[in-house]
Design a protein around this ligand. Structure first.
Ligand SMILES: O=C[C@H](O)COP(=O)(O)O
Length: 253
């Protein structure tokens, strides 16, 4: 982990969670307080839970965000939610371009970039996801894929305060498989080079999260990799004990 960058541990609940999950949120809020000098924490529940979770987390160190947004601020887009609506509901951030959105909804780099630009327009931090599939990894084109996604999905106006990159190998998501720390170092180092070349000083300090089967048992090793500035956690973020254990491991590196 790069010492000069405060890490972020973000929990993506995906399509999980009901109103009763509020107890997990409250445990996270309580646990986050003791870690906030070393690591930022944020949780991304389903959109229906954002207003209640954001209200519960207001004036605490735990951020609350959405999992997707439309590129437009409002309009005839049935079923969609704008970045402005998330902001209005108390969100501070939004995930864009998660591989499940790219796969399930055919989102392209251009669409992801437009969503990230919408986030910035609304005053939200955009967590921009990139990562290669297993087929792409097997064909040894990981860096090509990641470089293309990075160039195409990240807004020109990105700063360290407004954009976070999440590198998530698609084959590691929800599978229990993770890349070796050498593999993670190679990709994160490549992303850092690209960000620094494009954004200069801002690119040198923009946070790059690793995501894909991060658990309490492997978090310390993954978070110690150079240019890993935190984690985007899926399954293990549903339970406060696991989420906080990952955040503690991150804070300790
Ligand atoms: O957004 C989170 C990632 O897709 C990782 O999910 P996972 O931790 O369940 O593998």
């Amino acid at each position: 982990m790069t010492q000069s960058i405060k890490p972020l541990v973000a929990g993506n609940w995906k399509m999980n969670g009901l109103a009763a999950s509020r107890s997990e949120l409250e445990a996270m809020i309580a646990g986050a307080a003791g870690l906030s000098d070393r690591v930022d924490l944020a949780i991304f529940p389903p959109a229906l839970l954002v207003p209640a979770f954001a209200a519960a987390a207001a004036n605490t160190v735990l951020g609350v965000g959405g999992q997707d947004c439309h590129a437009a601020p409002s309009g005839a887009h049935t079923g969609d939610i704008s970045a402005e609506m998330l902001k209005d509901a108390g969100a501070t951030a939004v995930i864009v371009g998660h591989s499940e959105r790219r796969t399930d909804h055919g989102e392209t780099d251009a669409m992801v970039r437009a969503k990230a630009e919408a986030a910035l327009r609304a005053g939200l931090v955009a967590v921009v996801c990139i990562g290669e599939t297993l087929d792409e990894r097997d064909r040894d084109v990981t860096l090509d894929v990641v470089g293309t996604q990075l160039a195409g999905s990240v807004p020109d106006a990105a700063t360290a305060a407004t954009v976070v990159i999440a590198y998530e190998p698609v084959w590691a998501i929800g599978t229990g498989r993770t890349p070796t720390t050498d593999d993670v170092a190679k990709v994160h180092g490549f992303i850092r080079e690209k960000l620094a070349a494009r954004f200069g000083d801002e690119g040198a300090v923009l946070r790059i999260l690793y995501g894909g089967s991060v658990k309490p048992g492997n978090a310390a090793d993954l978070m110690a990799v150079p240019h890993v500035n935190g984690a985007l956690v899926g399954g293990a973020s549903l339970k406060a004990t696991d989420f906080l254990a990952i955040a503690s491991a991150c804070a300790a590196t």
